[in-house]
Design a protein around this ligand. Structure first.
Ligand SMILES: NC(=O)c1ccc[n+]([C@@H]2O[C@H](COP(=O)([O-])OP(=O)(O)OC[C@H]3O[C@@H](n4cnc5c(N)ncnc54)[C@H](OP(=O)(O)O)[C@@H]3O)[C@@H](O)[C@H]2O)c1
Length: 205
């Protein structure tokens, strides 16, 4: 198994970190709030560690689990410390009432993050279409992913599969707006009858 680094110490860091640890990965948490990261590492257990925010992460896969408003800042702050890693963007750039996106049409949070990531550091968007509390239930799920380079997508797909999450590769990063709108679809069905324990899935025949 591998070391997975997570930037952030909120709900998604907890859900992903806990699930990853349960499935045998070593989790490194990096947060601008070290005390919060330490508390989460203690909660996750299984050898979870805390890294210094802004320094080179231990894992080859680095999950950026910060709010959309801070994601570009966080990746910029890390700068070359992220060179050669695979960045996983899970952010949803929702507008104030989560009925649409705050990004400019034709672009996406993932592409904004890719624009500030160091050279040779592919960005893969994944897990944004799954509610954190659903992820935390540790049941089988589907996860759509898109990103820069088939190799990086395959690596993230392998990680997701190790968490009992079926990866559904939807192509290059230009597809990221679709995944961000898919999260609005998820919110829509949750609010209009399905409830918040819902998850998006594909039926593959
Ligand atoms: N919750 C969900 O169900 C869900 C589902 C799919 C995707 N997502 C996405 O996952 C990401 C994390 O969501 P969450 O629910 O975990 O949110 P959260 O519980 O509010 O945690 C957000 C994390 O982002 C950090 N952060 C915020 N601004 C930052 C900045 N400028 N620089 C560095 N760190 C910053 C926070 O640090 P502090 O604690 O120091 O403030 C905190 O660790 C978001 O982009 C969200 O859209 C969430």
């Amino acid at each position: 198994m591998t070391t997975i680094s997570i930037i952030g110490s909120g709900n998604m860091a907890a859900a992903i970190g806990t699930r990853a640890a349960k499935h045998g990965h070593t989790v490194e948490l990096m947060s601008r709030n070290t005390a919060k990261a330490q508390a989460l590492a203690d909660q996750i257990g299984n050898g979870a560690t805390v890294g210094t925010y802004g320094t080179r992460p231990a894992g080859d896969i680095v999950i950026v689990a910060v709010l959309y408003g801070g994601a570009v800042d966080a990746v910029t702050h890390y700068g070359d410390a992220l060179a050669g890693k695979i960045l996983v963007d899970i952010s949803n750039p929702f507008n104030a009432d989560a009925t649409g996106l705050a990004t400019t049409t034709g672009t996406s949070a993932a592409q904004e993050i890719a624009a500030v990531a160091p050279e040779g550091t592919p960005v893969v968007k994944a897990l944004n279409t799954i509610f954190g509390h659903v992820l935390a239930q540790d049941k089988p799920l589907d996860a759509f992913l898109v990103g820069e380079g088939a190799e990086a997508r395959a690596r993230v797909a392998e990680f997701l599969a190790s968490l009992d999450i079926r990866p559904l590769d939807a192509g290059g990063l230009e597809m990221a707006p679709v995944l961000e709108w898919a999260a609005i679809l998820l919110m829509g069905v949750a609010r209009n009858g399905a409830g918040f324990d819902v998850a998006l899935a594909a039926d593959v025949h």
